[in-house]
Design a protein around this ligand. Structure first.
Ligand SMILES: Cc1cc2nc3c(=O)[nH]c(=O)nc-3n(C[C@H](O)[C@H](O)[C@H](O)COP(=O)(O)O)c2cc1C
Length: 350
């Protein structure tokens, strides 16, 4: 499939995708990108089914163009074998610094995937994408039958092959440069950190499905480069975080605009899953003690109160400053304008 065929298939003008980013991609951001000719994507991994329904309706008030909805398809621990006491004690020290009551262990819930897929089927977005695993084949088929184009996320060749067998329509290849969570669900995270250029080249050799490049892409020229390597589109997350429409905290946006490229690191401190962000005090305190970090989503729920407090206080020490390795090339402008700039750069470079 060529980039032009891919764009025609999902109903967009140019092969620029604003990455789904759970907690950071309100309808205003999604619609601005879609209205400018790219694909806006709603990151809904932390949404209830009702929130997905409401957000899709709001996006439709703002645009008639195609957009995507994204969820996590797995990665939720169903039991915890790690003693929570050392982590609770360590976080209690930070809570005290922030005048918060001591942390308590949240309950482990069930994977909320089924209800979310029901909401996606009803919302009928042009694109449904997922990370952290693969939904059941029947669920993929049911989303496709409702009219959505289905994209799964791979961080290595084995995952790309598994997605191919599961019947997805396209694969998002997430390179090691990417901001926030690693999608890895087969093999070890350490073995799944291939740079996006190598990963795209490797995946196009094992599948005929269209491949979308993600990770460290900040300009239209970056996307053009990946298209030359066989990708049909580029998916950009970090590039869209500083936009006024993104719901990244002002402190986060400031950190992105001030960052140098060597300031990001992969950590499990915030959520229990490997994710890339700008180095913070919480990473400095927790990363040396990986054995006490609880599994996703327990660790994520446990660090939420201090992250919320830090957001309110504008205190970057305890915030998750998610960012990919392209962060030093961040540009701050409205999302529609950024999309227009990216498209112009892409056209100039092809
Ligand atoms: C803040 C943030 C949140 C993200 N949340 C999600 C998500 O909810 N679902 C998902 O599939 N990918 C998520 N990603 C990963 C993106 O889909 C994409 O792989 C990544 O942004 C590409 O790298 P870049 O940030 O260097 O552009 C997130 C990325 C960031 C930066």
């Amino acid at each position: 499939m060529t980039p032009e065929q891919f764009c025609a298939r999902i109903g967009i003008a140019h092969p620029i995708i604003q990455a789904p980013m759970g907690g950071f991609t309100p309808p205003e951001l999604v619609a601005a990108v879609s209205n400018a000719g790219g694909l806006g994507s709603l990151g809904a991994p932390y949404f209830t089914p009702q929130q997905i329904t409401d957000a899709a309706a709001r996006i439709r008030e703002l645009t008639r163009a195609s957009f995507g909805i994204n969820v996590f398809a797995g990665g939720y621990a169903t039991e915890n074998t790690i003693d929570p006491a050392p982590m609770l004690a360590l976080l209690a020290e930070i809570h005290a610094e922030l005048d918060l009551p001591p942390p308590s262990l949240p309950p482990l819930g069930k994977s909320p995937l089924k209800g979310k897929i029901d909401a996606v089927v009803a919302a009928k977005p042009a694109v449904f994408s997922f990370a952290f695993g693969i939904p059941e084949r029947a669920d993929i088929a049911r989303v496709q039958a409702s009219g959505s184009f289905v994209i799964g996320t791979a961080t290595n060749v084995a995952e790309a092959k598994a997605l191919n067998e599961a019947g997805v329509n396209a694969i998002a290849a997430q390179g090691g440069e990417a901001g926030a969570h690693r999608g890895t669900f087969i093999g070890r995270f350490e073995d799944s950190m291939m740079p996006v250029r190598e990963l795209v080249s490797a995946i196009v050799q094992v599948t005929d499905l269209p491949v979308i490049a993600a990770g460290g892409l900040m300009t239209g020229a970056d996307v053009a480069d990946l298209i030359k390597r066989g990708a049909v589109a580029g998916q950009l997350g970090t590039a869209y975080l500083p936009c006024p429409e993104s719901s990244a905290a002002p402190t986060h946006k400031d950190a992105l605009m001030a960052a140098r490229s060597d300031e990001t690191r992969v950590t499990r401190a915030y959520s229990g899953r490997h994710a890339r962000g700008i180095v913070t005090e919480i990473m400095r305190r927790l990363d040396p003690r990986p054995e006490i970090i609880l599994p996703f989503p327990l660790q994520n729920d446990l660090t939420r109160p201090l992250r919320n407090a830090a957001t309110k206080a504008g205190d970057a020490r305890w915030l998750s400053l998610w960012a990919g390795q392209g962060v030093s090339r961040s540009r701050q402008m409205p999302a529609g304008k950024l999309t227009t700039v990216l498209i112009a750069e892409l056209l100039a470079a092809r």
